[in-house]
Every structure is written in C-alpha cells, then in structure tokens.
Design a binder for this molecule. Structure first.
Ligand code: ADP
Ligand code: MG
Length: 485
C-alpha cells in the first residue's frame, strides 16, 4: 500500500512589541525568573487587561502581507484549563472570531516547485509561563515572565504533503515575519514555535486519517525530523492492523522520536467564551488602509527586483532575499560598488563563510557595508587582485581600519607596472633556463611555474593578468599562447 502524509501546522509567532498584549510589562527575553509578570499577567483580583494596539497592527500587517481577509470585527475569548504555568486558569485567545481570516501563502520549494498553502486563520493570543523541568532536580520551576507575551498563531489548512514542504513553509513564514519586523525570528529563544498535526491516508483517498499533534517544535531541522518520525510511526501502526490514536505528542530530539503526552482534548473541553473584560475589536477601513500603506517591500517583490533590475540569477536573488538582514547588507554594499554580481559573490562567498566560521549573525558582521564596498571598488579599479582582496577582507574583519587604510599600511597594492614587473620576470626567466627550454619545446603548462615564481617574488602582489601578458611577451609568444591554466 502506498501512503500519503497530510500535515497542518500551527505556528506561534511572538510579536516584537515593547510591552505585553494586555499589560505594560516587558516581554523581553532572558530576565531573571518572575521579574517581568505584573498583576494583569497573573490575573490577580481587581485588574483589567487593556489591548496593546501595536499587537493588533502587527497582526493586520501579517494578514495584509499574505493577502488574507482582515476581519473588521474580532473577539477575545477565554480558553479555560489548569496548568501550573497559567495562574489565571485561562488563556486569552481568539476562537470564533479571529482577526485574520482565510488566505494563502505560496511556498517556493528548493526544487523550484511552488506550492500554495491555505491559511485557515491567524489569531492573537497571550502566551503562558514556562515550566522548567530540568533546572531543579525532583521539582518543577515556574517562570511567569512569558505570561501575557503577544502571540500571533498562524494556522494552515491540512495542505502540506511531506516533511520537506512543512519545513519550506515554516522557513518562508520565518522570512516573512522578519521582513515585516513583527517578530525577531529567534527560534532558539522560542520566538517561533511550531505545532505539527500529522496524519496519513492511503494514496488517492479523499478522507483524512486520524491525526496526532506534535507540540512546540522550535527548529527547522526538528520540524523535518519530528514529522518524518511521526509519519513512519503511523504507517507502522496502520500496516500492522492498528488504529492511530488522536493524541498530543512531544518530540524528543535526543532520541529522535515522538512520545504521547496526553490524549487530545477537543475544543469543547476548553469552555471558550468571550472575555467579559475585553471589548470586541473593531477595525476601521482607514486603519487597515493606513497599515497597508506602511508595509515594507516583501521577499517576493525584492527577489523580482533583484532578478530584473539588478540582473542577478534566480539562485543569487533567492539566496540574498531569504533573510532580510542579508538583503539589507547586500544593498548597502551595492550602494558603494554599483556592481551587483561582484557584490553578490562577496556576500555569498567570503562574507558568508567568515560569519559562519565565527558563528555570527549578519547584523553582527564586523565589516561595515561601506568598507566591503570600498574593497570591491579596489578590485574593480585594479588596485587589488582577488587574492590580495581576501587579505584585505581578513584585516577588515579583524578591525584593522578602513579598506584603503589597510591597503596603504600593509602595502597591499597589486603590482601592474610593466617596468617593475618586467624586471622581476626577466630575472626569473634567466634563473630558470631548464623551464624556459621546456616552454619553448611546446610545454605550455610551464607557464604556471613562472606565474607561481612571480607571485612568490612579489609576495602575491603581482597583477595576474599583467603577469600573464608579460610572460608571454618575454618568453616569446610561440607555441599556443593561451596563458596559464
Ligand atoms: P485543533 O482544535 O486541534 O487545533 P484544528 O481543526 O484547528 O484543530 O486544526 C489544527 C491543525 O491541524 C490545522 O493546521 C489543520 O490543518 C490540521 N489538521 C486538521 N486535521 C488534520 C488531519 N487529519 N491531518 C493533518 N492535519 C490536520
Ligand atoms: Mg491545536
């Protein structure tokens, strides 16, 4: 039997507002436990929540960016359950009337294919606190700092068909919220967490199979691994004649398996009802229009601009626009160089490799964009060979000054002058009669030997193009004068 996987994702996007969704407390990550939860977050008697307008604006930005319906009327509900990290006994969420309605996201797969993923809804809600199970042996610690942090929960239709599609969607959502600057995208700190709903059915079947839901996956790699494991687990059950149980599971990345946490509660169990402390949200057409006019350039539009206006390849444009910080850095360098291809090569090559080596993010790149730009300008005006440019780049990285200061201080100008280079080359020819004879006998490869000697004699500063020309000229241009390999 051939099986088909069906996957729907619920992604919690932590909105980067300055204060919480219903209180003035700070949602900043990393504070000492229980220092950032105020009486409103804890639901102490006599307090009233007040909706954060910025969270509403961000939700609307997201909805508009994916071309989804924006509901002019939405309602906050109480979702009732007990958990030690939820002192109020209910979470404020949106149920029957979410702020963002149906929409779609087109997801670009690595193989060039595009899939359209239905977005069922995106609603605003508050986060709960955190239970710390590992820090205190034999006990559970409760940190309530996270209570009341604004979340936008983005729910897909069951449209994804493979772990790869799920990851591609998650990555694209990640890029989008960072472009919109509504979320910092920090997966390690839990700024985007994904619940994956997974079922399988016989290939070609219409009806959906019973599903399980894997909670709180916080990395791209784990989304892929958890779903892959879950699909296989369910197929094994079905092939041995069993039935998949509707349950809520946890992914254990150490063991690479999912484990059942509890059988699934249905929405009836939560006794949703409109929160009597909060008014319904009414959005005016003027507000929606104003948010729309403030939307930044989105990833697709930027990519198209890179391929059409800058004439970059599809591959380069995709690489550069996947992360808004990369694209911003690229454009800042380009402002100095006016050479898109060469700039793209430096960003995707040396700069990216150095960041990776030092485990840094693009915003932390120690080389200012203007200085990488100056360096590239010095390649274009023949001051630097590509080899010398690498040396200058490393010095820029180490903070030795501006590109031009480094070139001066270290004497890294490339030698192009025919007189000085000619003298050096003539001496090398005289010193190596054996290789000269080989060359004259038609062994063109020996040219490489001479180039190497010139580079050594000039400490790598000779202009390779000039060296080739002069060598051919001085060795006599008989044989195939194609130059070195
Ligand atoms: P819940 O109340 O459990 O959150 P929803 O109906 O809101 O359930 O669906 C949650 C997610 O599960 C959505 O992303 C949806 O696409 C997905 N989903 C629903 N049914 C299935 C199924 N049979 N297989 C896979 N995913 C599913
Ligand atoms: Mg759910």
């Amino acid at each position: 039997m051939q099986w088909e996987a069906v996957i729907g994702l619920e992604v919690h996007v932590q909105l980067s507002t300055k204060s919480k969704i219903f209180s003035g407390a700070s949602p900043a990550f990393g504070g000492a436990p229980n220092t950032q939860a105020c009486p409103v977050d804890l639901g102490l008697p006599g307090v009233l929540p007040v909706l954060n307008a910025e969270a509403v604006r961000m939700a609307v930005m997201f909805g508009l960016a994916i071309g989804a319906e924006i509901h002019p009327y939405s309602v906050f509900d109480r979702k009732n359950y007990f958990y030690p990290d939820l002192p109020k006994g209910y979470q404020i969420s949106q149920f029957a009337h979410p702020i963002v309605g149906p929409g779609t996201i087109d997801v670009q797969m690595e193989n060039g294919e595009t899939i359209t993923v239905g977005i069922t809804r995106a609603h605003l809600e508050e986060d709960a606190g955190k239970s710390l199970h590992t820090s205190y042996p034999g006990m559970t610690g409760i940190d309530l700092n996270r209570t009341g942090t604004p979340l936008l929960e983005v729910v897909t239709d069951p449209d994804l068909r493979s772990p790869e599609q799920a990851v591609a969607y998650f990555k694209q959502l990640h890029a989008l919220v960072r472009y919109l600057k509504i979320c910092d995208g920090n997966l390690a700190e839990g700024s985007m967490r994904c619940d994956a709903n997974v079922s399988v059915r016989p290939l070609g079947a219409e009806e959906l199979g019973e599903r399980s839901e894997i909670k709180n996956i916080n990395s791209f790699r784990f989304v892929e691994k958890a779903i892959t494991f879950e699909i296989e687990r369910q197929i094994d059950i079905l092939e041995s004649g069993g039935k998949v149980q509707r349950d809520t599971r946890l992914y254990d990345s150490d063991l690479n398996e999912t484990r059942s946490m509890r059988t699934k509660e249905l929405s009836d169990d939560y006794r949703y009802f409109p929160d009597p402390d909060l008014l319904p949200v009414h959005l005016t057409p003027e507000f929606i229009a104003e948010v729309k006019s403030s939307l930044p350039e989105l990833p697709e539009a930027r990519k198209t601009r890179f391929t059409t206006e800058l004439k970059l390849s599809d591959y380069d444009a995709t690489w550069l626009t996947g992360d808004p910080e990369v694209a911003d850095y690229f454009e800042a360098v380009l402002a100095t160089t006016d050479d898109a291809k060469l700039t793209a090569n430096w960003i995707m090559g040396d700069a990216s490799a150095a960041l990776h080596r030092d485990d840094l993010e693009w915003i932390d790149c120690p080389v200012p964009a203007t200085e990488l730009g100056r360096l590239i300008v010095r390649i274009k005006d023949n001051t630097l060979s590509s080899k010398l440019a690498k040396t200058v780049f490393e010095a820029l990285w180490a903070g030795e000054g501006t590109a031009d200061e480094i070139i001066e201080a270290r004497g890294l100008r490339q030698l192009s002058d025919s007189g000085a280079l000619g003298d050096i080359i003539e001496k090398i020819i005289l010193d190596n009669p054996h290789q000269v004879a080989q060359y004259r006998a038609g062994k063109n490869k020996v040219l490489g030997f001479f180039v190497g000697r010139v580079m050594k004699a000039t400490q790598g500063k000779a202009n390779p193009g000039r060296v080739n020309e002069l060598l051919l000229e001085l060795l006599g241009s008989w044989g195939q004068s194609k130059g070195a390999e």
